[in-house]
Design a protein. Structure first.
Length: 403
C-alpha cells in the first residue's frame, strides 16, 4: 500500500464569529481560496498537481452550500481541472477531509490531495441548516437527543468533574495559547488574511483572553442550566437515558467551552512519488486514521473509544504517543480523555486549544492536525495523535509519525 505523507499545513487566524469580528466581511469561499492559494504558492502546485480538494464544512447552507469545495477552487488560483468535494462529519469535518485524502492516496486514487475545511460561524450561524436529529420528534425521542452543552454536563456528572476542574483546564488553555503566540509557535502554519482589496485584516487569533483566571470564570453563570432544568427541560430526557444519575451538574459556561469563531485550514497530502516529482520534502507520515459511532445522548465521549480503536487496530499503546491534540469543544471532553488514558496533561494541547482560540467547526480538525505537526517538530517528538468529539455521538482520530 502507498504511504500518505503531509507536505504542508496552513491555517487562517481565528476571528471572532460575530459581526464585529475581523474576518466577518470575508465569505467562506474567499477565506478557503486564500488558504488554497497559500498551499499552491508555497509548494509550486501548478496545473493539475493534486487529484482533488476535499473540504469540510458543517453548516452547508446559503453561501456555505452548493459544494463549497468546488466553488473555492474556482475562486482560487488553482487550476480549474482540479475538482472539489464538500464533506460533513460535523466537528471532525476538517480531520475527516485529511483522513479521506490520506486513504485515497494509500489506495492509489491519485498522488496528492488538498484537504481541510472552513466555517464562518459569524456569517452562517451554527444550526441554521436544521438537523433531523434535533428537529424531527420521532428521531429526537428515539435517540434521547439533548444539545451538546447538556451532553458536556452529563460527562462532567458521570465522570466526576467539578466546576473548578473545568475552569482550571480553561485557564491553562488560555495561558498556553498566549505563551505559544508569544513564542511564535504558529508562524510556520499561519497565513495573513486580506480583504477584497488585498489589505491585511487579520494575522493573529483574536478570540483569546489571556487574562482569564479562576476568579473571572467563577463569576460566569452556567450556560446550559436553564435549558436543562427549566425550559425545555432537557435534563429529564438525559436522566431517562442515565437513570443512575440523581441530577445533571451544570458546570459549563462560555469560559470553559469552545469559542464561536471564523477560520479555515488546509493540509497538502501526497505520496512519496508526488514529493519527489515536485521537489518537496514530507514532514510526517499519516500512520493511521479512525472513526467510530458512540452514544448520541452523552454524545461527546468519542475521543475515548476512537483512540482505543486506532491504537488497537495499529498494535499500539497509549504510551507510544508522544503528543496529543484533543479538541477542547468543552472542558469535560478533554478531562475525560486524560482520565481514561492517564496521560500527563503536559503533553495534551501543549499550545492551548479551542477554549482559548475558538472552534471553527469545519476547519478545526485540519487545524489541530497542523498544530500537532508543528509542535512535534518544535519539541522533537516522533508520534502524535489528534482527536475530536463529534455531534450525534461520533469520534475521529489521526496518528502522525514524523519522517
Amino acid at each position: 500500500m502507498t504511504e500518505a505523507y503531509i507536505y504542508d499545513a496552513v491555517r487562517s487566524p481565528r476571528g471572532k464569529g460575530r459581526a464585529d469580528g475581523s474576518l466577518h466581511e470575508v465569505t467562506s469561499v474567499r477565506l478557503s481560496a486564500q488558504v488554497l492559494n497559500a498551499l499552491k504558492d508555497r509548494n509550486g502546485l501548478d496545473g493539475h498537481a493534486v487529484e482533488d480538494v476535499i473540504w469540510g464544512n458543517v453548516t452547508q447552507v446559503g453561501e456555505q452550500g452548493g459544494c463549497l469545495a468546488r466553488t473555492a477552487v474556482l475562486a482560487s488560483d488553482l487550476d480549474q481541472s482540479i475538482p472539489g468535494l464538500a464533506i460533513n462529519r460535523f466537528c471532525a469535518s476538517g480531520m475527516e477531509a485529511v483522513n479521506l485524502a490520506a486513504n485515497q492516496v494509500r489506495g492509489g486514487a491519485g498522488e496528492a490531495y488538498i484537504a481541510g475545511g472552513v466555517e464562518m460561524m459569524g456569517r452562517v450561524p451554527m444550526g441554521s441548516d436544521g438537523a433531523a436529529i434535533a428537529v424531527d420528534p420521532s428521531i429526537a425521542m428515539d435517540t434521547y437527543f439533548v444539545p451538546q452543552g447538556i451532553s458536556a454536563d452529563i460527562i462532567a456528572t458521570e465522570y466526576g468533574f467539578s466546576r473548578d476542574d473545568a475552569d482550571a483546564l480553561a485557564v491553562e488553555s488560555q495561558k498556553r495559547a498566549a505563551a505559544a503566540w508569544a513564542d511564535n509557535r504558529f508562524a510556520r502554519s499561519m497565513i495573513e488574511i486580506r480583504d477584497i482589496n488585498g489589505l491585511p485584516i487579520l494575522s493573529r487569533d483574536e478570540y483569546m483572553r489571556p487574562q482569564t483566571d479562576m476568579q473571572s470564570l467563577g463569576a460566569l453563570k452556567p450556560s446550559f442550566k436553564d435549558m436543562g432544568e427549566v425550559m425545555p427541560g432537557f435534563d429529564k430526557i438525559a436522566l431517562m437515558k442515565y437513570p443512575h444519575l440523581e441530577r445533571i451538574n451544570h458546570i459549563h459556561h462560555a469560559g470553559n467551552s469552545s469559542g464561536i469563531v471564523d477560520g479555515a485550514a488546509g493540509v497538502l497530502v501526497g505520496s512519496k512519488e508526488f514529493g519527489e516529482k515536485h521537489g518537496l520534502k514530507p514532514r510526517a507520515r499519516i500512520r493511521a486514521t479512525a472513526k467510530i459511532g458512540t452514544d448520541p445522548t452523552i454524545m461527546l465521549t468519542g475521543p475515548v473509544p476512537v483512540t482505543e480503536k486506532i491504537l488497537k487496530d495499529n498494535g499500539m499503546e497509549i504510551g507510544d504517543i508522544d503528543l496529543f491534540e484533543v479538541n477542547e469543544a468543552f472542558a469535560s471532553v478533554v478531562l475525560r480523555f486524560m482520565q481514561r488514558f492517564d496521560v500527563d496533561p503536559s503533553v495534551v494541547n501543549v499550545n492551548g486549544g479551542a477554549i482559548a482560540m475558538g472552534h471553527p467547526l469545519g476547519a478545526t480538525g485540519a487545524i489541530i492536525i497542523g498544530t500537532l505537526l508543528d509542535e512535534m517538530e518544535r519539541s522533537d517528538r516522533e508520534t502524535g495523535l489528534a482527536t475530536l468529539c463529534i455531534a450525534s455521538g461520533m469520534g475521529a482520530a489521526t496518528i502522525l509519525e514524523r519522517v
